[in-house]
Design a protein around this ligand. Structure first.
Ligand SMILES: [Zn+2]
Length: 193
């Protein structure tokens, strides 16, 4: 319980997440190695690896893009609760309109898996994919896409870009955080010009 107390008091999210991971490991070790150990009923339902957990990792990537003066969009790809690709928008740095976070994440995940199809993978991306990325995701046959905020103008929903029929699609996870960061970026950019 000391760890729970520490997490509650911890202001640094990275350290808080490490503490949560340690706590889960502790639970697993007790569960595997001590058969008499009973996980308390209220703790047994804790699953730190939910959509918000991974979207936070994608938001960290978006913040890295922001710090570089890039449009702040971040992405991670996950399989079996493990992050196998992380990326953020690098269109200015690479001088490449295709360097969206999702495009890089697709390539990195395929490299990691050693195969071009992203079966059983989930992409977490802070902003709804554009039609280019939705098209690439179609070809990857990715199992699930979770996005943060909608892109009403250039998102794949408004432009009616088809996703693969096997791809589950959901949005609105940490949408406010993702759109606030994007708004802040464009306001600052406007003020600089
Ligand atoms: Zn895109």
């Amino acid at each position: 319980m000391y760890l729970v107390h520490l997490v509650a008091r911890c202001k640094d999210t990275v350290i808080a997440n490490l503490l949560i991971d340690e706590f889960v490991n502790l639970l697993i070790r007790n569960f595997v190695f001590n058969y008499d150990y009973k996980i308390p009923r209220n703790l047994s339902i804790i699953n730190p690896y939910d959509d918000t957990y991974f979207m936070k990792r994608a938001m960290q990537e978006a913040e890295m893009a922001y710090d570089k003066g890039e449009v702040p969009i971040g992405a991670v790809i996950v399989i079996n609760n493990q992050i196998i690709a992380r990326s953020h928008n690098l269109t200015e740095t690479l001088n490449d309109v295709t360097a969206h976070a999702e495009m890089q994440a697709i390539t990195a995940a395929a490299n990691y898996l050693g195969g071009k199809y992203l079966i059983d993978c989930t992409l977490y991306v802070t902003i709804e994919p554009c039609q280019m990325c939705a098209g690439a995701l179609f070809w990857s046959q990715i199992s699930k896409i979770v996005y943060g905020a909608r892109d009403e103008q250039r998102g794949c929903i408004a432009l009616n870009t088809k996703l693969h029929p096997k791809t589950e699609f959901r949005g609105g996870v940490m949408a406010d955080e993702a759109s606030q960061l994007l708004k802040r970026f464009f306001i600052e950019k406007r003020n600089l010009n």
